[in-house]
Design a protein around this ligand. Structure first.
Ligand code: SAH
Ligand code: SF4
Length: 326
């Protein structure tokens, strides 16, 4: 096949989000038939899509070639701005106490293709069903991105490559449960992407319980890594904090969070994302709305930009922590 056909296929798949060979009309029919017989365009296959009642979230269940299932969520954050939450592993080895993804442990890492193809398949769906586009990607689905670092890096490169998808680094965010070596590499490799750290507690005893990764990288190491990240990149860090009633949402814990963050960097370097706990069947409870507001008000009062994450897709088990690939 002449080399220019490769460019045609690449443009069709990565720029126009063709999901089947038949959609690639520039190819001669005999070539299309040959390709159809031998190759699939995406390494992930849509098994099911579920749309939230409000229409602002769509959850995809994808099947992988070896039969594993993963989940990916499209979220409408603003009027017509869609964000895609992608998975990086089948399951997750970190096993946070409050998260459904970690409950069954790690099955395996995803390949770079399997990460990028979540985007291509979701983009194709959005184009066909609503004529809209995905504006940003967040690595906050199933898995701990920095325990699959190489694949995440390669996926980010494909997502941002102008010849491929062409999404700017500033529209790409990676969320980690606090993998210190990963944060250090990320600062060097992708300083223009956004970093989110899932903190949830600033005392080792409690954090060990909530985020077992803390045994390997305790808070003292995590604070140094975040401080160095900010020094290298001069960028803000998003701090994610899942609020669980009676666990980490007291006034004194808000004050401790304030002191811990201030010891890392000035408040202007942080945006605190408070996430009211989403039900996953465990022992935890979400705080009442008023208590969430009190915690948010305290952090704002201490000088931090603070947002309370709106829960989306709860009715389709597509909200934070609910992805389980069932
Ligand atoms: N493994 C990475 C990214 C995926 S988890 C990480 O932990 O950062 C994405 C976010 O969902 C994290 O901030 C995580 O703490 C949060 N989360 C997990 N379980 C949750 C739950 N039950 N309710 C609300 N947020 C949850
Ligand atoms: Fe893994 Fe993140 Fe869930 Fe923890 S919160 S188990 S790191 S996916």
């Amino acid at each position: 096949v002449p080399a220019f056909r490769l460019n045609q296929v690449r443009d069709a798949v990565y720029k126009n989000f063709a999901a089947s060979w038949d959609e690639i009309a520039v190819l001669p029919a005999p070539l299309r038939d040959k390709l159809k017989a031998g190759f699939r365009i995406h390494s992930v296959e849509v098994v099911e899509t579920q749309t939230a009642r409000r229409g602002d979230a769509v959850k995809f269940c994808f099947g992988l070639k070896d039969g594993h299932r993963i989940e990916t969520v499209l979220l409408k954050l603003l009027a017509d701005k869609w964000s895609l939450c992608v998975s990086t592993q089948v399951g997750c080895p970190v096993r946070c106490a409050f998260c459904a993804t970690g409950r069954k442990g790690l099955k395996r890492n995803l390949s770079p293709d399997e990460i990028v193809d979540q985007f291509l398949a979701a983009a194709a769906y959005l184009k066909q069903t609503r004529g809209q586009k995905i504006g940003s990607v967040i690595f906050m689905g199933m898995g701990e991105p920095f325990l699959n670092y190489e694949a995440v890096l390669e996926a980010v490169n494909t997502l941002s490559d102008q010849q491929m998808i062409g999404l700017g680094h500033r529209h790409i965010s990676v969320s980690t449960s606090g993998h210190v070596p990963g944060i250090r590499r990320f600062a060097k490799d992708l300083p223009q992407c956004n970093l989110a750290v899932s903190l949830h507690a600033v005392e080792d005893e409690l954090r060990n319980e909530l985020v077992p990764m803390n045994h390997n990288y305790p808070l003292s190491q995590l604070s140094k890594a975040i401080a160095d990240y900010i020094a290298i990149t001069k960028r803000k860090v998003f701090i994610e904090y899942v609020l669980m009633d009676g666990v980490n949402n007291s006034r004194s814990q808000a004050l401790k969070l304030n002191s811990w963050l201030r010891a890392v960097a000035a408040p202007k370097y942080f945006t605190i994302n408070l996430i009211p706990y989403n039900h996953t069947g465990g022992k935890f409870k979400a705080p009442a709305k008023e208590r969430v507001q009190v915690f948010a008000g305290l952090m704002e009062g201490y000088g931090f930009e603070t947002t309370v994450r709106k829960s989306m897709g709860e009715d389709i088990a597509g909200a934070c922590g609910q992805l389980a690939g069932k």
